[in-house]
Design a binder for this molecule. Sequence first.
Ligand code: ATP
Length: 460
Amino acid sequence: MEDLMQKIVSLAKRRGFIFPGSEIYGGLANSWDYGPLGVELKNNIKQEWWKRFVHSRADIVGIDAALLMNPEVWGASGHLKNFSDPLVECKKCHNRFRADALDESQVDGRVKCPGIFKNGPCGGELKLSESKQFNLMLKTFLGPTEDASNIVYFRPETAQAMFVNFKNILDTNHPKLPFGIAQQGKAFRNEITPGNFIFRTREFEQMEIEYFIPEAQWEKYFEHWLGQMKQWLKHLGVSDKKLHYVDIPDGERAHYSKRTVDIEYEYPFGQKELYGLAYRGDFDLKNHMEASGQDMRYTDTETNEKFLPHVIEPTWGVDRSVLVAMLEAYHEEQAPTAAARKGEPKEEGESATRVVMKFPKWLAPVKVAVLPLSKKPELSKVAKDIFETLSKEFVCEYDETQSIGKRYRRQDEIGTPLVVTVDFESLEDKKVTLRDRDTMKQERSKIKDLASAIHDRLQS
Ligand code: ATP
């Protein structure tokens, strides 16, 4: 299973989904850059989410708040005091780890260091007794002097901006309960043990909704959001078999939460969190009202009653969404030989194993590839004209390098649902071949009907 992770990391680099960050300078540990295909994939996820949860719903509005906020926000939210992980240090190699993320197998009477070095595992004893809380907030200074009064924090979540802007939304939109505020954007955490590719990084993106409700209806809306998150995962192409909805028991939940569900996924490196859903009561609004001195109460227009709404918070990690989408899409198949595909053109350069990223069509970074069979100018001309027309409607790629078989393989590996091939017959019959990623079936389509044929196939 670990092998699958290596395959994904290497495909991501080879094809231009995700590169190690600052690579020419030897990298920056656990930082990653999204390449040409990765940015398309990630944007598709963010746009589909926005369409589904903001544009298609009359009860949710979006915001895009400043990343650096007044430090008092983080005092009121409790992050400055409590947003920490327990840290333990190895006596021998002095590496540091998150005490609550250590594998059971490392606990063997004493806790062994999981550090690995060139000459093998460290195996030294971790000083659990001296475990201390390590705050995950990343700091910087605003302005030219680096003194305490200029400290600001990179936000560790997008959520607080929704609470801070709650009053603005009430005053400008006059929404009626229940209603939500949504946001997507970067968050930063000084994680003790980042790793597993884009699973845990210090800079990542979130998509979050604060859904405000009357207290009495929290159970109904909790179920509603659980259902919405399940449907989203299905849409993303994630198999139910690998998902676990873990109800966090009393005592492990935040004190203000009556119910929290961690949505966990069986990654190749273990079952871990993908998304989260929490009922947060009125904890955040109450704290911000107290700390800011501003009245954050909602007025019921029928009864004139003023109160603080409660909140359900569904939260999605963007990078973990990209990771599970890639893990689920990855397929290795025995490619049928040209002889087995009677009547179809031979795919030159085809190898026995075909790697295909079977992304849902809406998610595929490139929707259509346009390939002239050869570099002959008369074919290139027709193919370039087709590319120009289609790229007005779909994300397309034009490719005339290498053999046609290798080009098909590239498109399979990047998950392109449809490939248009222009061959010599096209010059005569004004038709091209449309190849389906999943079935590898090839059909002839008239050039003039191509856009609508592609449209139909992308919808199906
Ligand atoms: P974990 O237990 O894995 O540290 P968390 O419970 O701290 O996660 P939340 O605070 O609930 O995570 O954050 C919401 C979502 O943001 C997570 O479900 C996850 O998808 C994403 N996320 C959190 N931390 C990271 C990170 N360091 N790198 C990438 N994504 C992250």
